[in-house]
Structure formats: C-alpha cells, structure tokens
Design a protein around this ligand. Structure first.
Ligand code: ATP
Length: 498
C-alpha cells in the first residue's frame, strides 16, 4: 500500500486522481488503505454502477446506483452523509457533461465537511479541468515483492488448473533475474508474460528468461519516444571493434551484487562516435543480448516531431519508464541530432538546451541499473559537455574496419545468407576493400547475391569482385570528412578496434 496515498486522504484532500492502467492494483491499494483507516469504500464504473466494496476481501456488495452515466452516482455520493472513500473509474471522459461537471465542482466542499474522499481512477490522462480539481497521485510500478507474488500465484494457479504436470525449477538467483525482467510491467501484464512462459513447456525455468524478455518487448511495443528493440545478436555478429567488445565483456556482471561487494561502481554507459555504417548500432544490440537485458531505443528526434509543446514531459516520462524497466540498455541513437541546437544559439526558444540539460542531469543523478549506449555520427554537432569526464565511462571511436575486420564482416554476412565463407576468397577480397564500411561490405554481398540469382547460378567470389569494381568506397567518397573525424577523435576517444 502506498503510504503517501493514506497521508493525502487523512490530510483531507477531497479529490485525488490516480492515472494508471493497472486498475486492479490501484483498487487493491485503495481498499487496503480504506481497511486500515478504517473507512467505508464504494466503487463506480459505467458498466457496474456504484457498489459497496468489502475492503478486506475486495468483494462487491449492494448496488447503490444503477449502471449508466455517472451523474446519478455522484448525486448519491453527495447526498450520503458519511466519510466514505468513493472510487470512480474512468470518469474523465464524462466530465464534459454539464451536470457531471457541476457535481464534481460541488464535491470538494461537501467532501471536506464530511471527510469524504473521491478517488478518480483513470486509464487515460485526466482532462485539464479535472486536473485542476484533483490532486494527482502516482502509484508507481509494482515492487519486486509484488512481482514475486505474481510469479508464485500464476504458477500455482496454472499448476492447479492444468491437466499436465507443471513443474518449476528456478533458483533464487534466477527468480531475482525473472523479477528484474518483469519490471516496468503492470501486475496483469506480468501475469500474462509469466503464464505464457509456463504454458510454452509446462514449466517455469531459469531458461525462460529470454522468452520473458521477448514477450515483454512485444507487449510494451513502442511508446512513441521509447521503443523496445529486438536484440537477437551476439558479439560474433560483429566484425572487428575488438577493444570495445573486450571492454563490454569485462563489464557484463557490473550490476551484480558480487561486483558491488568487490567495490565496483556500476557501469553507466558508453558514447560511440564514428563513421557511419560501421556497427555502432549493432553494438547497442549486442550489449543487450550479451548482458541479458532488454534494449530500449530512445529516439530524441521524435521528441520534437511528435510531441510539439510537450517534448520535455515526454522526455521525463521516457526516462521514468526506463527506470521502471531497469535493468535495461538504453540506446540513444544519433544523440547529436536531437540536441544539436544545444551547441549554439538555439532557434527553438532554448528547448533543446533545456532538454539536453535535463538529460545530462538525469544521467548524472539516476541510480538505476541503466546502461546507456549513445551513438553519434556528426561530431561537429555534439555539445562539448557530453564529452566531459564522468558523463560516460568511456568514449569510443569507430573507424572504417581494418583488413581482419573486413574479412570477418564478409564472412558474417555470407553465413547469414546461408553460404560457406570458406568457399570464397575472402582474404583477397578483404585486401581489395580498403576504405569500405561494414554496411558497404554487407551491400556487396547482397548485390552479388542478386546478380547470381538473376543469372541462375550460385554466388561466387567473381560476383563479389564484380560488385566491388562497380562501387566507390566511403573513404573515396568523403576523404575530407573522414580525415577531419579521425583528427578530432585522435586525442578525445579510445579506438574501438585494435
Ligand atoms: P549509422 O551511423 O549510419 O546508423 P552504424 O555505425 O550505426 O551506422 P550499423 O547500423 O550498426 O552502423 O550498421 C549497418 C549494417 O551494416 C548493420 O546492420 C550490419 O549488417 C552491417 N555492419 C556494419 N558494421 C558491421 C560490423 N562491424 N560487423 C558486422 N556487420 C556490420
């Protein structure tokens, strides 16, 4: 139960609003509080009307006002001369009705007089007029203890109802990981995710974890600014970037209790700068997959395009959601684009400067297991504060792949298209592709495959060579920009490859 909510009610706030899709949990919290105070509880919804509620058992009793628009129920509440707590679910959409509007405005005085409380439980953001009337209370996300209870209850429920034998083999450590993976979900969502993992093989096991993370990813989908991204890679899918990969591997257990007991600070994040198409984005995916953490992609550009006038609130919400889902890898893609005008005189009334400031403060202050992977191509638009010591654990520079990396990248992409790398002269091809980015090497293979397919023959080194001869590498196309980038990075960044 939220002690704050109890405090607000006891302090005599007549109208309190809770915005949450976790309706069952919010009602359970209100009921627990009503039982403790103790105060009678009623519950209204459009479909069920106004009903008495037994606070201890959460069983509904007498119907005090029939289902239908809320005016009659509000009149009943205003007439009843007791100190009840009245929960109204999804009243917001009805508040435009003139009578409902008036009754709601009458409530605070009556409520104060009789020590009665109206709790608005809203699944959608509250309309502006109700926002002024009510005190907003946040119930936060389910705690670890609540999530563990859901895991246990879901398992017991399925076991009891199943015709098959349902087993559970979860160590204490796996249970902790499971609960961490469920964070950021409502209780009913967590229940669905756990149930689907159990139904899959009639068992709850430690190795259900990747499936749970994947189901959660699908469930959360995209929230506009924060997108949950599939991370089905491992570090063998990246050619080169050996220094960066080693650095990441060393920090894999950085959030564990063992690391803390050893005296280590939890890792905070990396900034990966460099040449386009050379695997920066891949790195974000590999960290998440390798560290068994969900990957959230924050697209700061969306903050401006999608939510004009509300950018700051959406940035705050996105960061709060990342906190609730922690441990997570938070990938801030093309960080320079979003905060570009924070570098100079901004033409947006200081918005990007303020947003950038909020992000920096948050990065400094938050204490959640959130590993940030920020990627950027254009160093000239990067605010210098971002590079200051302490913001990121390390700043890496990703250059064009060297010969060994090129050979590996070619092999990776051939294997991905079900071809045997040893059937090709990759050593020679790697030698001849100096100046190509990873994305261009992949493109060689894709285009070669199309040629072979069109000619009705199997892919050979000759097809790849033919493609190579017809394309210009990135190094050829933008030599000055590359030289500039390298000179800039030389004394500011650690090379991502050896
Ligand atoms: P951008 O800055 O343009 O977003 P990026 O550096 O983030 O580029 P990626 O998106 O990671 O580059 O790379 C594009 C594609 O090129 C990848 O999906 C991958 O298929 C291929 N690729 C690039 N670099 C590598 C690499 N080092 N190993 C394997 N594949 C690579």
């Amino acid at each position: 139960m939220s002690p704050d909510l109890s405090l607000l009610v006891r302090a005599g706030h007549p109208v309190i609003a809770i915005e949450s899709t976790d309706e069952d949990r919010a009602l359970a919290m209100v009921a627990a509080m009503a039982a403790e105070l103790p105060r009678p509880l009623t519950d209204w919804s459009l479909t069920k009307g106004l009903r008495e509620v037994n606070c201890s058992t959460l069983v509904f009793g007498n119907v005090l006002s029939q289902p239908g628009p809320p005016a009659a129920a509000l009149e009943h509440v205003l007439r009843s001369a007791d100190h009840s707590i009245h929960v109204f679910r999804d009243l917001g959409p009805h508040s435009r009705d003139a009578k409902v509007h008036r009754l709601l405005r009458d409530f605070p005085n009556v409520g104060r007089e009789r020590q009665a409380t109206l709790i608005l439980l809203e699944s959608q953001p509250l309309p502006a007029d109700l926002r002024r009337l009510a005190l907003l209370h946040e119930i936060g996300w389910p705690s670890a203890a609540e999530l563990e209870q859901v895991v246990r209850e879901t398992y017991q429920r399925i076991k009891a109802a199943s015709l098959y034998e349902v087993t559970s083999r979860v160590t204490r450590r796996e249970m902790e990981q499971l609960i961490q993976a469920l964070r950021g979900l409502t209780l009913s969502e967590a229940e669905r995710v756990v149930a689907s993992a159990i139904h899959q093989d009639h068992a709850l096991r430690g190795d259900d974890l990747p499936r749970i993370i994947e189901t959660k990813r699908k469930l959360l989908g995209s929230t506009g600014v924060l997108e949950s991204v599939a991370a089905d890679f491992d570090s063998n899918d990246i050619g080169g970037l050996e220094n960066l990969k080693r650095w990441l591997t060393q920090r894999r257990d950085g959030y564990s209790q063992r690391a803390r007991d050893f005296g280590l600070e939890p890792p905070r994040g990396v900034l990966i700068l460099g040449v386009q198409g050379c695997g920066k984005s891949l790195c974000a995916k590999v960290v998440a997959a390798d560290w068994k953490m969900p990957l959230l992609r924050l697209d700061p550009g969306q903050l401006y395009q999608k939510f004009i006038g509300e950018s700051e609130r959406h940035l705050r919400d996105a960061l709060r959601q990342a906190e609730a889902m922690a441990p997570v890898v938070l990938w801030i893609d093309e960080i320079e684009k979003a905060f570009a005008s924070a570098t100079g005189d901004s033409a947006d009334g200081g918005l990007s400067q303020r947003m950038f400031g909020s992000l920096l403060t948050w990065m400094q202050d938050h204490r959640h297991p959130i590993f940030i992977v920020a990627t950027a191509n254009d160093i000239s638009r990067l605010p210098p504060e971002l590079l200051r010591k302490g913001r990121f654990d390390e700043v890496f520079f990703v250059d064009l792949p060297n010969r060994a990396a090129r050979e590996r990248i070619l092999a990776i992409h051939l294997e991905r298209r079900k071809r045997q790398p040893d059937q090709f002269d990759l050593a020679r091809l790697a030698e001849q592709t100096e100046g190509y980015s990873g994305a261009e090497l992949e493109q060689l293979i894709l285009a070669g495959l199309y040629n072979a397919f069109h000619a009705g023959v199997e892919l050979t080194t000759a097809h790849l060579n033919q493609q190579r001869e017809g394309t210009r590498s990135l190094a050829e196309m933008m030599p000055e920009r590359l030289a500039q980038l390298r000179a800039w990075a030389a004394d500011r960044c650690v090379p991502a490859d050896e």
